[in-house]
Design a protein around this ligand. Structure first.
Ligand code: KE4
Length: 421
């Protein structure tokens, strides 16, 4: 592995094409993965791991699902990209519109970043206002306006914002503490008439998993509606994961725009922006807000995504939640038995194990976690054959491919890892 990493670092910044993959916050050499199947990934040295990274979320069906691979193969046999409308894009849009009551129209893009970047441009174009509100620790991809007090890799790497973002642009982004309705209402009192949108992860996944407190999302919805501000749910992680209709179906709150990604591409590059017709129609070519993409709606990504959604439509989400709860309960029991303070925040099949004894309700409390102890735990689990997300401020994902046996083996691995803590 070291030789691959040494070679990679010569010709790829940090040896990776996305910073969080570099094991920066957990140390050691990242595993170069050769293949994956079901709940397992295998590295270049032939070592297999029970995988809870799920490629940062997309692999809800597990890796290499036969129906998804077959769909990609079949599509590839007809060419890989046309740059013209296809039946598959309509079928994908039909599925998203049917699953999300808040969505009348969908625009496909090639990443979650493109989806959120387009969403805030559309909100600014629709309202004629320039400011946006986000929440510290939430990560919405790396568009300039959103890389302000972001989570995920930015939080993990301790990058305060990022060089390269013009001050005047960053100043238009108001970052508030997640779950703090008072701070939000104060910001609306002061800037409300200048704010185009509020963008939020309805279940935060990028400061580690942090659920919205009861009343938080409701306050965002009521206040933005009164102030004619657009509410954007960034469901790139939660869309089709926490339920087939995302968190908005689970919590019964209707945003004005929704960003999707990850799962809807079945592991191929994808993102999507959806919302009310009167807003979406402002997008070119029907409206003046420009957005475009050479590979948007790529036929292979659509085929993989459609195959994935068609399986998820009938999937037993309750059973997946139960599997995840069994794993979390088992982990908690083991840590309690050793007297090691941990907190687990879990929503559906995503969770984070924080090495802290306090409640984790926002980025500030998440940051109190003992990230060094997390790193030792991560390495101990990896050595025992379990691949968690290589960063404290990320989510762990259970898939429909994880078996009872996988859960048992994961708990055995935890027992071994605990000895290193
Ligand atoms: P992408 O541009 O990485 O496809 O999506 C950006 C994005 C948007 N919104 C949310 C809620 C997200 O979680 C993400 C991306 N997630 C990170 C990790 N949590 C992707 C992993 C990485 O950066 O390599």
């Amino acid at each position: 592995m070291e030789d691959w990493f040494a070679e990679a670092k010569k010709i790829i910044p940090g040896g990776v094409n996305s910073p969080v993959r570099a094991f920066g916050s957990v140390g050691g050499t990242p595993r170069f993965i050769r293949e994956a199947s079901g709940s397992r990934i295998t590295d270049e040295e032939g070592r297999s791991y029970i995988d809870y990274m799920a490629s940062w979320g997309p692999m809800l069906l597990g890796h290499g699902h036969p129906a998804v691979v077959a769909a990609i193969r079949e599509a590839a046999g007809r060419g890989t990209s046309y740059g013209a409308p296809t039946r598959l894009e309509v079928e994908m849009a039909q599925r998203i519109v049917e699953a999300f009551g808040s969505i009348d129209q969908v625009r496909m893009v090639s990443s979650g970043t493109e989806a959120t970047m387009t969403a805030i441009r559309l909100a600014r174009g629709f309202t004629g206002r320039d400011r946006i509100i986000k929440f510290t620790g939430c990560y919405h991809g790396h568009a300039d306006s959103l890389l302000v007090k972001a989570g995920s890799g930015v939080a993990t790497l301790g990058i305060p914002g990022s060089p390269g973002i013009p001050g005047p642009l960053a100043e238009l982004t108001i970052a508030l503490p997640y779950n703090d309705t008072a701070a939000f209402q104060e910001a609306i009192r002061r800037y409300g008439s200048e704010v185009a949108c509020v963008i939020v992860e309805p279940v935060a996944g990028n400061m580690g998993v942090v659920p919205a407190r009861p009343g938080f999302l409701e306050t965002l919805r009521e206040t933005t509606r009164e102030a004619a501000i657009l509410l954007i749910f960034d469901e790139v992680i939660t869309g089709f994961r926490v339920s087939y209709g995302g968190w908005q179906q689970a919590c019964g709150i209707t945003p004005d725009l929704t960003c999707l990604g990850k799962i809807i591409g079945g592991g191929l590059p994808v993102g999507a922006l959806g919302g009310r017709r009167e807003i979406m129609e402002r997008l070119a070519p029907t409206g003046p807000v420009y957005q475009a993409g050479t590979l948007s709606g790529n036929p292979l990504a659509m085929a993989a995504g459609i195959a994935t959604l068609d399986i998820l439509k009938g999937a037993d989400y309750a059973a997946l939640e139960e599997t995840t709860e069994t794993l979390c309960r088992g982990l908690l029991d083991q840590f309690k038995g050793k007297g090691i303070p941990v907190r687990i925040n879990r929503v559906a099949s995503m969770f984070t194990l924080f090495f802290t004894d306090g409640e984790v309700t926002d980025f500030e409390t998440a940051s109190r976690s003992d990230t060094k102890r997390f790193a030792r735990f991560f390495q101990g689990m990896l050595a025992a054959g379990v691949y968690l997300a290589p960063a404290q401020f990320e989510a762990v994902f259970v898939s429909f491919a994880h078996t009872r046996e996988d859960i048992a083996r994961t708990l055995e691995a935890c027992e071994k890892a605990l000895r290193t803590l």
